[in-house]
Design a protein around this ligand. Structure first.
Ligand SMILES: CC(C)(COP(=O)(O)OP(=O)(O)OC[C@H]1O[C@@H](n2cnc3c(N)ncnc32)[C@H](O)[C@@H]1OP(=O)(O)O)[C@@H](O)C(=O)NCCC(=O)NCCS
Length: 246
């Protein structure tokens, strides 16, 4: 049952969660632990989850799920009582966060509002992500399926991630793809998703080159002055952000 040991464990976890909020939330600088405990929705959701999880592990029916439903109504954060969450999780703002039944979260992870650690369909068994230590997941990111997010990885806001993420990688976009691994741009033939070839421009460029050659040949034969070769621009927007960037 929920004895003294469980109580001490939950109290320890709560202390570490509050320390995480103070360390990682710029808005928490200079705010006392008591005020954070009283007013941070992410802390309320975690406290409730840690108790609900202990009760769930002790085999208690109904109460853990009821706590989860009540906490969702109050904070907008839904955490299944069976989800395994390490120490020092920080959920900033919180609203719209969903953490599924078989999700596992390591130590010192940061989640922003609107993050989903969800399944992809109706399969059973392990179907939610495993998030290793020191991962940051940006607001609105959806991580779907039994994938593993390697330690120290960063997931960009609004990304949709359906494959494993290597440790210390930065993943952005939909589908999520690495734009940094260990601080460097990934290399290899399929690594550059942003600067894709433009086959139509390349075909027109080939024709323009042939026409230029012909014009030069005709100019030489006729004694006319050579014209400047035609310019062919790639068919990409030249202003604003590149939409392929995420
Ligand atoms: C991904 C993130 C963590 C930055 O990580 P980083 O390792 O410092 O990466 P950088 O800022 O160097 O960006 C790397 C590349 O990804 C792009 N990028 C960054 N975040 C992106 C996003 N959310 N979507 C699409 N592209 C993104 C950058 O433009 C950059 O592109 P480039 O390689 O063409 O220059 C950050 O951009 C992010 O999304 N943080 C979430 C913050 C959040 O949710 N805040 C909510 C507060 S309420």
């Amino acid at each position: 049952m929920f004895g003294l040991g469980s109580f001490a464990r939950v109290a320890n976890e709560l202390r570490r969660d509050i320390a995480a909020a103070r360390a990682r939330d710029p808005a928490a600088q200079g705010v006392s632990p008591v005020e954070i405990l009283a007013t941070w929705p992410g802390i309320h959701a975690l406290l409730s989850h840690r108790v609900a999880h202990a009760l769930h592990e002790a085999g208690m029916p109904l109460v853990p799920r009821s706590m989860s439903v009540f906490t969702r109504a109050v904070t907008g954060i839904e955490i299944h009582p069976a989800a395994m969450i390490g120490r020092g999780l920080f959920i900033d703002h919180g609203s719209g966060v969903v953490i599924g039944e078989t999700a596992r979260i390591g130590d010192d992870v940061t989640l922003y509002q609107g993050v989903t650690l969800g399944g992809t369909g109706f399969q059973t068994g392990k179907r939610h992500p495993t998030v290793e230590d020191n991962v940051t997941i940006g607001s609105g990111a959806k991580l779907l399926g039994p994938i593993t997010i390697g330690h120290g990885a960063k997931i960009g806001a609004n990304s949709v991630v359906i494959t494993d993420v290597p440790p210390n990688a930065t993943v952005v976009g939909n589908p999520g793809h690495p734009v940094r691994v260990d601080g460097r741009r990934p290399e290899g033939p399929d690594a550059d998703w942003i600067h894709l070839p433009d086959p139509i421009a390349e075909a027109i460029q080939g024709l323009a080159t042939r026409i230029g050659d012909l014009e030069r040949a005709v100019s030489k034969l006729s004694g006319e002055q050579e014209r400047a070769p035609a310019e062919v621009r790639p068919l990409r927007p030249v202003r604003g952000q590149n939409p392929a960037g995420g």
